[in-house]
Write a protein that binds this ligand. Sequence first.
Ligand SMILES: Nc1ncnc2c1ncn2[C@@H]1O[C@H](COP(=O)(O)OP(=O)(O)OP(=O)(O)O)[C@@H](O)[C@H]1O
Length: 492
Amino acid sequence: MSKILVIDDDLDICLLLKRFLTKHQFDVQVANNGKDSLQILQEFKPDLVLTDFKLGDMTGGEILTKIKEKYPHVPVIVITGYSDIKIAVDVMRLGAFDYVTKPLFPDEILLTVRKALEDSQDKTTQQTVAPVVEVGKTEVNGDSLAESTKKGKTFRFNSEYIFGNDPASKELYRQIDLVAPTNYSVIIYGESGSGKEAIAREIHKRSKRRDQPFVAMDCGAIPRDLANSELFGHEKGSFTGALTTKIGHFEQANGGTLFLDEVANLSYDVQVSLLRVVQERRVKRIGSTKEIPLDVRIVVASNEKLMDAFRQGKFREDLFYRFNEFSIDVPPLRDRKEDVMTFANHFLLNTNAELGKNVKGFSDDVIAYFMKYPWPGNLRELKNVIKRATLLTDGDYIEAITLPFEISNYSKLQFIDDSPASLPIPEIDIHPEVNSVNALSRKNSLKDVAHGAEYEMILNVLKQVNFNKSKAAKILDIDRKTLYNKLKIYNL
Ligand SMILES: Nc1ncnc2c1ncn2[C@@H]1O[C@H](COP(=O)(O)OP(=O)(O)OP(=O)(O)O)[C@@H](O)[C@H]1O
């Protein structure tokens, strides 16, 4: 039975999550603040942590960093506020496995929890990903999918790679095709969630090493003092706390590919050791004199250009040149607009299979919103939006009401007015429980019209004063507290 630690300062949420997860055969403990959670972590040794981003005594970033310092292999799922996509991007950078947004939906939580546990198991057994499943470019064949699900053919969520049609994507895949069969080291640059790890796996799958292990290490999430032993391994008793012998990632990846995500985060000392291992193609576990010959292809990823990092003295120049045999720039999703619906359909297909649903596609409004929105969290954000929307959809098509506020109101939230002709904007859904399908039936009530006018007024004033809340409250002739309450209600 997998063990889960739930951290939230809201006792009701803790209770609900505990009940729900226990019902699904998990062993659950809860903590209501950061300090207690660290204590429970040590004693309970959970397989997974589900934590709210805002705790009374610590921020989500702090708690995440602390967990990752001590328990780098424990996947952490962060619960974020409804429209906190920037926070979501940040927590992913800090090493969260995934994030779920409020309001919480049990099925979504369960899906993410299962995926995280499955993924961490995969990592410990060092298996490579499931084979690529070819899917149609823009159409979702719900029936055949439901059929295959019925027949018990399993589609692993998140595990299939698809190719887009945007010229930027075509160029990207041409480069993958070129470099994959070689033994070159590769640097993959791209924003968070843009698909760097997916590309590294694809390179591995298309190489002669495909039957050997693919090992991924998130250098951003590993604390400095653990990085050496994670990479190179250690012998039992070689330092305090080395209770057993550990095989490092290099050895685990021997014959295959080692993927170092966020490589610029490795400390300078670790970079020195890394360079030695890469040059000599031999590794020694910490505390051992035995040299183990290596045949490992290295693929690294970084958010920032390594050339800049070495110019700033953060990254070793010689290591940069070792890795830079080939480099790939992954375009952000907003720069490959032609692919948005290809990926959307792909994620819908997968989510349908996961949930045993048969949602056929997207309404025209949704497609228009998707094309307009800049997707700061890239493919990861798109995937999460679709997971949630599919869950909320009872009909055949995903409707705008199931989208997060910041997507369905994106144009309204911009300073520049968009032409209404270019994007049909339905009424703003003013309720925090925007995802609730019931909200649809309330759209024409007098109360909603009043709320709508209030919302517009507040938003306009906020824009005028560049979102300075004190000034806005003054102009609106309300006190700051009232303004804050209204911002909360309107999810602004
Ligand atoms: N070509 C693709 N086809 C299908 N799914 C994809 C593709 N590329 C990325 N994804 C999915 O998008 C999500 C984000 O991708 P990935 O983890 O590779 O991004 P990343 O750039 O490595 O993120 P980070 O910078 O946070 O490490 C994953 O769930 C991944 O499965």
